[in-house]
Structures are given as structure tokens and as C-alpha cells.
Design a protein around this ligand. Sequence first.
Ligand SMILES: CC(C)(COP(=O)(O)OP(=O)(O)OC[C@H]1O[C@@H](n2cnc3c(N)ncnc32)[C@H](O)[C@@H]1OP(=O)(O)O)[C@@H](O)C(=O)NCCC(=O)NCCS
Length: 143
Amino acid sequence: MIRKATLADHARIHAIRMGVREDVLSDPSLVTAEEVDWYREHAIFFVAEEAGEVVAFTCANHQSGLIWALFVDPAHERRGHGRALLDAALAELTAAGHAQAWLTTGSGTRAERFYRRHGWREMGRSIDGQIVFIRALAETDAN
Ligand SMILES: CC(C)(COP(=O)(O)OP(=O)(O)OC[C@H]1O[C@@H](n2cnc3c(N)ncnc32)[C@H](O)[C@@H]1OP(=O)(O)O)[C@@H](O)C(=O)NCCC(=O)NCCS
């Protein structure tokens, strides 16, 4: 089940972000509470639930077309949560008028392979060496 995130989900979302094995945050203070609150209150912030527990989340920026975060609890990977959350976020970006979404992710990761399989195209590298991916938004993920 996918639904909008609420303030009550904060602790579980934080635990998932800190529990991933790839794209580990070297410095947790790089993601501020203000940013997280902004996504929840003013942008796109969905969680996926399994048996009543939050197991994955995504944040997207309806102003810039950025997928800012997509994280799945490692114990609940490969069950379709990543794709379902991404589809939901892309549908919101499409509804907001975007023709294209973008994101950055680490090279050589599961996320890189996941995005390539789901129609994302590499545009180059960001200043910190991450891959910049874009995806056309004429339709949601039909791969
Ligand atoms: C990358 C990531 C988001 C993928 O999430 P996920 O929930 O495992 O993704 P999905 O389950 O939708 O898809 C993954 C695979 O599982 C498969 N799958 C989905 N449901 C399935 C099921 N019921 N049974 C078997 N396989 C299934 C999908 O077909 C897909 O296969 P493929 O990779 O061969 O195409 C997740 O691994 C993650 O959070 N990684 C760490 C954090 C990160 O790097 N995030 C990106 C930063 S922007």
C-alpha cells in the first residue's frame, strides 16, 4: 500500500534511510530535518507499507522534477516497493506539468541498475561524481 507520509512516520523513515547498504549517508547532518519536513509538507513524499509497517519511501520535488530520495528497507527489497513508489512519484511530477524527471545516484549500485532497467538515461556526472539520470514523463514506468 502506498500513501502520503505523515509526521508520525518520521522515525521509521529515518531508520530506513540509515539502514540501507548502498548510498549510505556518510554524514547524517547532510540531510536536515527542515528538508525532510519541506518534502512532507510542501512537495511529494510517499511511503510504502507492508503488514502495517512502513518499509520504503520516496521524496520528489514538484518544482524541479527531482526524485530526491528512494529508499527501501533491505529486508523488503525485490518486492516491487521501489518501482511502485517511483511510479507514484513520477505520476505526481507528470500531474505537476513536468515532461522530464531527474535524479542522481551512485555508480555501480543496485540503484543504478534499477534505474537503467526502468527507462532512465544517463546525462553525465554531478560535481560529486554521482550519475545524473533523466527520464521522459510521457507515461509512467511501463517496463
Ligand atoms: C534501488 C532500490 C530503490 C530498489 O528497490 P526495490 O524495492 O528492491 O525495487 P523493486 O522490487 O521494485 O525492483 C527490484 C527487482 O525486484 C523484482 N521484483 C519485484 N517484485 C518482485 C516479486 N514479487 N518477486 C520477485 N522479484 C520481484 C523486480 O522485477 C526487479 O527486478 P530487476 O531488478 O531484475 O528488474 C533499493 O534497492 C534501494 O533502496 N537501494 C538502496 C538505496 C539507494 O541506492 N537508493 C537510490 C538513491 S536515489
